[in-house]
Design a protein around this ligand. Structure first.
Ligand code: PMP
Length: 402
């Protein structure tokens, strides 16, 4: 059988992440590669109780029936109240659409806003899954300069900002670097967006995983008319529910509703109702601090191992929240090439190259720490440190060729 794939399907490359997910299934592998939340945090008992409650009442019929494309009313209302109070702003249910994971939001936004050749501004580096969603619609990516704290807003000219279809930003504990955009830069970016009519897509799946519980104001509170905000239940409840949400201007939500209809009609009624029953009486206020505590201690443990074992010429981020640490290696070390050697030693990571829209940097990588127990973190970091030392020395010992 010869498949007559569309040009769009043919253009897709096999994802490094998908390849890596196959590897981490091997039981003896120490994997710092997966971006998965810790399954120890999944509220299994609460989900079971909520499901029992739904299934033993008339709600079972609505939960198993088709539902509204924009999501079930009680969940949208709950979100509007939660976000308004958390972020000291005013959000109405009509500004909210429930999506099948925030990944679907990225796809729908691409569909709604990108024509072939449209300019899309991204961070350097940025979330691979965002690039995968947008790339289907053939944008021209413009990578905006960033440093260890995030976007360098002054490097973005008003001219480029006003030409772009939108800018994709992950201000909180970014995937892949773990960095958080400082408040002054958020204000600068919000001002620029207002001045140049730039739409900001603020992707915030990690915002609640702030180890100190000290949230910085979101872009959507600073430039509400310019910002499409994306939230997710994947890191605070469970990703298998496939529940995310979009907050935006009602005109934009109406357009997205049309686009979502052709994608999946609506997000499953059952998972929306389960999540609603779990969270409606303040569960997250008790649950999120426990996740933060676990992730903070894993992060601090990995940071202490890095400090103990890594050679001097390796540097890494110091996340204040989230699930990732970013490593910069000496410039001659290619992290993608090193991955197969690391896998032979039963350690996996994601090479940094995959997270760049343009001009990939080869000497960097992402480490995820939340699913790995401490003894394995220590063993894995020791193995990686040995590999980096070996490769650093190889260069020093090789003859100089003029
Ligand atoms: N955005 C970012 C930055 C992510 O890291 C992820 C998940 N890894 C997503 C979106 C998608 O999350 P979900 O679809 O599970 O809500």
């Amino acid at each position: 059988m010869v498949w007559k794939f569309s040009d769009r399907a043919l253009a897709l490359k096999s994802s490094t992440i998908r390849e890596i997910l196959k590897i981490i299934e091997q039981p003896d592998m120490i994997s710092f590669a997966g971006g998965l939340p810790s399954s120890n945090t999944f509220p299994v008992e609460e989900i079971k109780q909520a499901t029992d409650l739904i299934m033993s009442s008339d709600e079972a019929f609505s939960a198993l029936q088709y539902g509204p494309t924009e999501g079930i009313a009680p969940l949208r209302k709950w979100l509007a109240e939660y976000l308004s109070s958390r972020d000291n702003t005013t959000i109405t249910p009509n500004q909210i659409m429930i999506v099948t994971g925030s990944q679907q939001a990225l796809d729908l936004i691409g569909k709604a806003l990108i024509n072939k050749g449209s300019k899309v501004l991204v961070e350097t580096p940025t979330y691979l899954g965002g690039l995968q969603s947008f790339t289907q619609y053939e944008p021209e990516y413009i990578s905006v300069d960033s440093d260890e704290k995030g976007l360098l807003v002054e490097s973005l000219t008003d001219e480029i900002a006003s030409q772009a279809s939108f800018m994709y930003v992950i201000p909180n504990f970014q995937n892949p670097t773990g960095r958080r955009l400082p408040l002054e830069r958020r204000q600068q970016l919000a001002e620029k967006a207002k001045r140049t009519n730039l739409i900001l897509v603020e992707d915030d799946p990690y915002g609640e995983l702030d180890y100190q519980g000290h949230r910085l104001a979101g872009l959507y509170t600073m430039a509400p008319d310019n910002t499409i905000y994306l939230g997710s239940f994947s890191k605070i409840l469970a990703p298998g529910l496939r529940l995310g949400y979009i907050v935006a201007n009602e005109v934009f939500i109406d357009k997205l509703v049309q686009l979502k209809q052709s994608a999946d009609l609506h997000t499953p009624s059952l998972t929306q109702r389960i999540a609603y029953h779990v969270i409606k009486d303040g569960f997250l206020d008790r649950h999120i601090p426990k996740i933060r505590e676990l992730y903070k201690s894993r992060c601090q443990f990995m940071l202490s191992c890095l400090a103990r074992y890594m050679p001097e010429n390796v540097v890494w981020s110091q996340p204040e929240g989230g699930m990732f640490i970013w490593l910069d290696l000496p410039t001659h070390i290619n992290a993608t090439e090193l991955l197969s050697e690391a896998i032979q030693h039963k350690v996996a990571f994601v090479p940094g190259e995959t997270f760049f829209a343009n001009a990939p940097k080869m000497n960097c990588l992402r480490l995820a720490f939340v699913t790995v127990p401490e003894e394995k973190i220590e063993a894995g970091i020791q193995i990686l440190a040995q590999l980096f030392k070996k490769h650093a020395n190889t260069l020093e010992e090789s003859p100089v060729i003029i």
